[in-house]
Design a protein around this ligand. Structure first.
Ligand SMILES: CC(=O)SCCNC(=O)CCNC(=O)[C@H](O)C(C)(C)COP(=O)(O)OP(=O)(O)OC[C@H]1O[C@@H](n2cnc3c(N)ncnc32)[C@H](O)[C@@H]1OP(=O)(O)O
Ligand SMILES: CC(C)C(=O)C(=O)O
Length: 561
């Protein structure tokens, strides 16, 4: 914004609460959760959900574990009304789930709402009116505070009057001073206390006071101050469930909710993945998984977040962004080398440590939770482009292709492969990485290849092996012979006898290739040239001995590449 634009905005006044206590609190238990996907989420969709789509979403929310679900604004439209009737008439509401319905404090809408919930076992009737100075002035055409408070009180009285008319339904009452987030605190309190006095809740029959961050105008700490102030001043606090309903205009829906819980709230309304008006409602998945990541059970099951996201994206026609906390496609993926290195080390170490201590706390750099706990696989964690490093490439070859490269081989392989990604200017798939590794570092056959070999283990000369091999050097086939204390050593001596004397073997290791369809062995041989250069070669073959010879030949060839 330029200065002319900026001059039309004003700072938000802080709350005078010098003895605030919320900064010293920690969240140790989960709140009561209420999904508002089918109401606040739905009302914000360019194409609202059909009845069938709402039914599918409702079932999904029940499976996740929500015990309170705001199912709509039944007085608003026939689709809303009919959806609710189907839930009730077709007995689709699980025993332990309470539906919630929203309505403005307007007589005809409240009466219609009671028709809609009649016959449900239990329902929360949620009434609201907007209370902020801006809304009083603009939306309610300069209504006074008294007029607005009376709208709330008259609505509350009508609801109280209608409760006995649907005796089969246990009604729980909820009031929201909508636009609470920019309402003067004393006036929000006056409206809430007015409704509380009408409804007379008790500790046995509590009512819900919902304090919505309808539009986020300020920082989360001020929101927390407002919640703490209300919790201190509301009448009959012990008979109330104080609820939060944060939106996300400043991108701080999650922070405002977390601080609001620290400030004393008991309940949270929000939606999956934060669907909702403008920038959305609070993302309940985000807050619940944040709690899980601190070891707090929430009663919500997000162990198959990908499947949940699929239903959500299909029925709402919204998309979950690639960087969206927990659910985004890329949130457990590292492209950059130093992150890959740390993640690989973290996962390797954890694999070892968990064998001794299955209860060991999660601790892998850059991963706040174990992706597998929400149904994500390790496969997508490390992806390779030109920003990647040797550790990440070794990780892919190891986890995806069962090739556990010696650590000192990582730089040699890593450099060639991320150079390749740089040349191509794009990400490399795990299969492309495997193919490049095979082409550049495994079973390289020019100028030298080994066609055939025979090993004779001498029983008389302990540990000695005689090797006879058929090789092709610069297109010319020949037989070579050598003796040594193992197959590699014997083959080295055979090579020396054929004049290939400018190197020595400095390291060797081998393993079975994990996960491959054919049972192959991989061997790695490190050689040092007389000029000082050190290189690794890899050999892959069903025979472990042949794999070793191929690795040696590959390394020798690479010295000449
Ligand atoms: C922050 C939130 O998410 S709140 C929930 C918002 N959700 C929705 O609005 C979705 C469902 N709503 C609707 O379908 C419609 O708005 C309806 C059916 C409820 C009402 O429709 P209508 O009466 O035709 O229109 P509309 O909503 O524009 O009515 C506005 C009138 O209601 C008044 N009003 C709004 N809220 C309230 C309230 N809580 N109590 C009393 N009057 C109210 C307004 O001041 C305005 O009055 P005016 O006509 O005298 O200026
Ligand atoms: C009705 C209320 C709770 C609401 O949706 C809001 O303020 O955002």
């Amino acid at each position: 914004m330029n200065s002319a634009s900026i001059s039309k905005y004003r700072p938000f006044p802080p709350v005078q609460l010098p003895d605030r206590t919320w900064p010293d609190q920690t969240i140790t238990t989960a709140p009561i959760w209420c999904s508002v996907d089918l109401r606040d989420g739905n009302q914000a969709l360019p194409q609202p959900m059909s009845v069938e789509e709402k039914l599918e979403f409702f079932d999904l929310l029940c499976r996740v574990g929500f015990k309170q679900i705001e199912v709509g604004f039944p007085s608003a439209a026939d689709t809303e009304f009919n959806f609710l009737r189907r839930l009730i008439d077709e007995n689709r509401i699980p025993e332990d789930v309470t539906i919630q319905v929203l309505v403005q404090t307007r007589e005809h809408l409240i009466r219609r709402t009671f028709e809609a919930i009649d016959g449900a076992k239990r329902a929360i009737v949620h009434i609201y009116n907007s209370t902020s100075p801006l809304q009083r002035r603009v939306t309610f055409s300069d209504a006074t505070r008294e007029q607005i408070r009376d709208i709330a009180i008259e609505g509350a009285k009508l609801v109280k009057e209608l409760v006995p008319t649907i005796p089969k339904t246990e009604v729980v009452l909820q009031y929201s001073p909508e636009s609470f987030s920019d309402t003067e605190l004393d006036f929000a309190l006056e409206c809430c206390n007015g409704v509380i006095e009408v409804w007379q809740p008790t500790p046995e029959k509590k009512m819900i006071i919902n304090l919505p961050d309808t539009v986020q105008w300020t920082t989360p700490n001020i929101h927390a101050d407002m919640i703490e102030w209300m919790c201190r001043h509301l009448k009959r606090r012990e008979s109330l469930i104080v609820s939060l309903h944060t939106h996300n205009d400043r991108g701080t829906g999650t922070a405002a909710t977390e601080l609001g819980l620290m400030a004393g709230a008991d309940r949270v309304e929000g939606t999956l993945f934060g669907n909702g008006e403008r920038t959305g409602n609070l993302d309940i998945v985000n807050v619940a998984l944040n709690m899980n990541s601190h070891g707090i059970p929430t009663g919500l099951d997000f162990s198959d977040l990908t499947a949940l996201r699929e239903v959500y994206e299909r029925v709402t026609r919204m998309t979950v962004g690639e960087r969206h906390p927990y659910a985004g496609e890329l949130v457990f993926t590292a492209f950059s080398g130093s992150h890959q290195d740390a993640i690989k080390k973290g996962l390797d170490r954890r694999e070892k440590e968990i064998k001794d201590n299955p209860e060991i706390a999660w601790g892998v750099p850059y991963l706040t939770i174990d992706p597998q706990d929400i149904g994500r696989s390790y496969e997508a964690i490390i992806r390779i482009n030109s920003q990647s490093g040797k550790g990440g490439i070794a990780y892919i070859l190891d986890r995806e292709h069962g090739l556990d490269l010696p650590k000192t081989m990582h730089p040699q392989v890593g450099k060639r492969i991320y150079d390749l990604a740089d040349e191509l200017g794009r990400e490399l798939t795990p299969d492309e990485i495997r193919d490049a590794f095979h082409r550049l570092f495994a079973n390289v056959e020019l100028p030298l290849s080994v066609k055939d070999y025979e090993l004779v283990h001498h029983t008389t000369e302990r540990g000695q092996v005689a090797c006879t091999a058929t090789i092709v050097l610069h297109g010319e086939e020949k037989q070579i012979h050598g003796m040594g204390n193992g197959p590699i050593n014997a083959f080295v001596h055979a090579m020396e006898s054929a004049g290939m004397k400018d190197f020595k073997v400095t390291d060797y290791r081998s393993h079975a290739v994990r996960g491959g369809s054919d049972a192959s062995a991989a061997a790695y041989v490190q050689v040092q040239h007389d000029d000082g250069r050190i290189l690794w070669g890899c050999g892959i073959d069903p025979s472990i001995e042949m794999a070793g010879l191929k690795a040696l030949v590959t390394a020798w060839n690479l010295l000449r590449a």
